[in-house]
Design a protein around this ligand. Structure first.
Ligand SMILES: Cc1ncc(COP(=O)(O)O)c(C=O)c1O
Length: 370
């Protein structure tokens, strides 16, 4: 029999699939632990917007129908929100869909994408899936994007640059001056992707909103998501803002009904739920303060974060992850991101944050192997 792996691109055959955060149901199945909490995927701990839930209920009886394939009302809502023409908006099944489509469009064997070491795991996966190669820039301090180093990686075969701001899994940001300098260094014909999944959480005044930098000349794509602040990760909805020529190409290669009907109505409702967004920001800010104080008290080094998660140096990330699992607390081990000493912890509700810090204190107090 032919080896099917020989029938595909070698970079595709070599992919190790994305490892998502463990769902609580899996912990129940594997270890019989029922009351577990999940602080592993940077989700909204408050739950979805109640308005989104109502909109979904009202739309359930229409599930026999295909969604609006043009995502018309959804795109109009997003365009209105940003005061942009609707031709600049691409609605997607999560921002990850756009990352994959951009790689599919712009990469092939012989071409490359530039991104930072220790950045979002989907950038290398999408690059390899399209047959492109990865040019990985070092970070400036072990955690933060070094935009000069990233610009230096760009060569004649570069078609895409992926930047996470804030970056996942470090929570670090780059600031306006550095970003402007970087943009001025990017040659024509390179598509810059500003992945701003955690945009709404950032309070730093120097944080650049990449939507301000779209112009007639640049090939800039801004990515935003409904999975984080809006609490709709399970529905899969995100979007890209870019010039209409790029939007047209994305439409050429997407599947015809890429955003489900439930996601479309829920997102439109959630965007009007200012109270839910405000409460989410409050819970996150208070939770972040609490975790930072507790980590100082427990002498656990962490990377100051601008998002809704923290990268903490616990000595042996995998061992501590395992111990926390057994205590019903799911965090994310970081060896896959090149941080074997770290775990990434999403900010939860107050009682979840307390459970996490208590479990962490116990885990760090017990010798390895117990
Ligand atoms: C930097 C970054 N970009 C994109 C995403 C994916 O978002 P979505 O759920 O919209 O696909 C995430 C999710 O964790 C992320 O951390």
């Amino acid at each position: 029999m032919a080896n099917v792996e020989d029938l595909v691109l070698p970079s595709v055959a070599a992919i190790a699939p994305y490892e998502p955060g463990k769902p609580p149901e899996e912990l129940q199945r594997e270890l019989g632990i029922s009351e577990s909490i999940k602080l592993a995927s940077n989700e909204n701990p408050l739950g979805p917007s109640p308005r989104a839930v109502e909109a979904i209920k009202a739309a359930l009886s229409e599930l026999n129908r295909y969604p609006d394939g043009a995502n018309f009302e959804l795109r109009r809502k997003i365009a209105e929100h940003h005061n942009l023409p609707v031709t600049h908006i691409f609605a997607a099944s999560g921002s990850v869909e756009v990352i994959n489509l951009l790689a599919f469009l712009f990469l092939r064997p012989g071409l490359n994408a530039v991104f930072s070491d220790h950045s979002f795991a989907i950038y290398p996966l999408a690059t390899a899936a399209a047959g492109g190669s990865a040019k990985v820039a070092p970070t400036s301090d072990g955690y933060s994007h070094d935009l000069e180093a990233m610009a230096a990686q760009i060569d004649a075969n570069t078609r895409l640059v992926f930047l996470g701001n804030p970056n996942n899994p470090t929570g670090t940001i780059y600031r306006r001056a550095e970003w402007k300098q970087f943009l001025n260094r990017v040659p024509e014909g390179v598509v810059v992707v500003a992945d701003e999944a955690y945009f709404e959480f950032v309070r730093d005044r120097g944080y650049p909103d990449s939507l301000q930098d779209h112009d007639e000349r640049r090939l800039l794509v801004t990515l935003r998501t409904f999975s984080k602040i809006f609490g709709l990760a399970g529905l899969r909805a995100g979007y890209a803002v870019a010039r209409p020529e790029i939007i047209r190409l994305l439409n050429n290669v997407r599947q015809p009904f890429n955003v489900t009907s439930l996601a479309q109505v829920a997102v439109i409702a959630a965007m009007d739920d200012r109270a839910h967004v405000a409460q989410t920001l409050r819970v996150n800010a208070e939770g972040m303060d609490y975790l930072e104080n507790e980590f100082h008290r427990l002498e656990i080094p962490f990377v100051p974060s601008h998002a809704n998660f923290l990268l903490a140096d616990v000595g042996d990330g995998r061992a501590v992850y395992d111990k926390l699992l057994r205590k019903g607390v799911i965090v994310r081990p970081m060896h896959g991101y090149g941080y074997p000493r770290h775990v990434r912890i999403s900010v939860g509700l107050p009682e979840e944050n307390r459970k996490l810090t208590a479990a962490l204190a116990e885990a760090l107090a017990t010798p390895p192997g117990r």
